[in-house]
Design a protein around this ligand. Structure first.
Ligand code: SIN
Length: 484
């Protein structure tokens, strides 16, 4: 390993049944900024995924039967260790993922907050009693863990997307197997280091890194001992994995792509809207599912808003995520940069104006924060998930047109709007066809809130008390023969 670090947090073997499993074959992890080699990680195959599922199956009965307060204590111990190492975990995350260190350290805190939250929720998996139609009957509802849960997680949040799923699963009494993204396995394995140290029993939390996405995906979605599969990633891959789960009718949670509108109405506080937009658009260099994709601005304030916003964007500092003051780090690979640039070129060819940026600087995978004016619905930036630091500005005439434009997409994850008119706030909130709406707010992700989408952005909710019920089965007990 070519960097100095707290070696105790760096694991490169798979974590199966509480053991570190070293494989003869490995895949390389590199720094997205400069391609520098960071580590070689054990390359798991389909048999390893099956072993991890078997371990999770064996561990399930005892973990599910453990009193909730004991599971809760173990999750809290895991949380405390993550917080103790927050800075070091943040550095590891920046090295393999590229995001600015302040964001990486923030992500570790965000991920840990799900473990803390679900440690508390573990003790509140309440059932129900329902008045029965006959005097000699009673109707009781209990909730039970679904069983073995498998998951595939993305590179854009290498820690938090695992923590958000695993914490809910473990709190409910399920056991868990994750295949992390090949770009960012070290953050996942560091979570396993700390889970082991926290005393989470063998087989309850397993990590199977591997480059064979299709092979591992097949086992994780089709194995008969898996009860539920949870995925965060693109809509295209999510559809494929959902189909694979269908044969054995597994429960699925799909947190997929977005095409978030950000609407600025003429009665908005324009400066606050520009600040909220920067937060929503440029987090992780635009590489999040909830990042703003289309900025819809009312004609009468369009020029003024564009000037305020462009000034703020021009002040963002690009560079190495490890450097002090960096706002925009590298994109995950060269291809990601090329895709984003293709969208910008398409928009310009079709008549958009280049207001800022638009020219990739060098060979460091950093795409400059870019603002495009006069974007129209026929351009690819309007239709496709950009997943990069580009702000397409679109004009609209009135509220009705803004809502129609915002909903004109097959996606339905996050949406945002700024307005000071309380009646409009209600009307627009109810009319937007999205799972989440930020109202005068650009940062909506929170442990206590239900994260998830509608339409082709997925199914299921993560975080909040809804996030735990996704990992439980409802069982109805009909009790008869009760004498009077
Ligand atoms: C994502 O991009 O998939 C998750 C973003 C978040 O949790 O805020």
């Amino acid at each position: 390993m070519s960097f100095s670090f707290n070696e105790q947090l760096v694991a490169t073997a798979a974590y199966i049944n509480g053991e570190w499993v070293t494989k003869p074959g490995t895949f390389a992890v590199t720094n997205p900024l400069n391609g520098e080699h960071i580590a070689d990680v054990s390359d798991c195959d389909e048999n390893d995924a099956a072993s991890a599922i078997e371990a999770a199956k064996q561990a399930f009965p005892a973990w599910a039967a453990m009193p909730a307060i004991e599971r809760s204590k173990l999750l809290k111990a895991w949380y405390a260790l993550i917080i103790e190492h927050q800075e070091e975990l943040g550095k590891l995350l920046t090295l393999e993922q590229g995001k600015p260190l302040k964001e990486a350290v923030g992500e570790i805190g965000y991920g840990a907050s799900f473990i803390e939250w679900f440690a508390e929720e573990a003790r509140r998996v309440y059932g129900d009693t329902i008045p029965a139609p006959a005097a000699n009957k009673r109707i009781v509802v209990i909730k039970q863990p679904v069983g073995v849960v498998t998951s595939i997680t993305p590179w854009n949040f290498p820690n938090a997307m695992i923590a958000r799923k695993a914490a809910a699963a473990l709190a409910a009494g399920c056991t868990f197997v994750v295949r992390p993204a090949t770009e960012t396995p070290l953050s996942a394995l560091a979570l396993a280091v700390l889970a082991k140290k926290a005393g989470i029993p063998s087989g309850v939390f397993n990590v199977v890194p591997g480059a064979d996405a299709a092979g591992l995906g097949k086992v994780l979605t089709q194995h008969p001992d898996v009860a539920k599969f949870s995925f965060t990633g693109s809509t295209r891959v999510g559809k494929l994995l959902t189909k694979q789960c269908a044969d054995s009718v597994k429960r699925v949670s799909m947190e997929l792509g977005g095409n978030a509108p950000f609407i600025v109405f003429d009665d908005a506080d324009l400066d606050a809207a520009a600040t909220g937009l920067i937060q929503s658009k440029y987090r992780n260099a635009g590489q999040t599912c909830v990042c703003t994709n289309r900025i819809l601005v009312q004609e009468s304030v369009y020029d003024k808003f564009l000037a305020i916003y462009t000034d703020k964007v021009a002040n963002l500092k690009m560079g190495d995520g490890m450097a002090e003051g960096t706002d925009i780090g590298p994109m995950i690979h060269e291809n990601a940069c090329k895709n984003v640039h293709g969208l910008v070129e398409d928009a310009i060819e079709k008549g958009a104006t280049l207001v800022l940026g638009g020219t990739p600087a060098g060979d460091d995978n950093i795409y400059p924060p870019t603002v495009l004016g006069n974007v129209t619905p026929d351009m690819r930036v309007f239709r496709e998930e950009i997943f990069g630091p580009v702000s397409p500005m679109v004009k609209f005439a009135d509220e009705q047109q803004a809502i129609a434009m915002a909903n004109d997409t097959e996606y339905g994850l996050a949406s945002y709007f700024y307005s000071k008119d309380i009646s409009r706030v209600w009307r627009v909130s109810e009319a937007l066809d999205f799972g989440m709406v930020g109202i005068n707010e650009g940062l909506i992700s929170d442990t206590a809130a239900p994260f998830g989408g509608v339409k082709q952005s997925g199914t299921g909710r993560e975080g909040s008390h809804y996030g735990l019920s996704d990992y439980t089965n409802i069982k109805y007990l009909c009790m008869g023969g009760i004498g009077q």
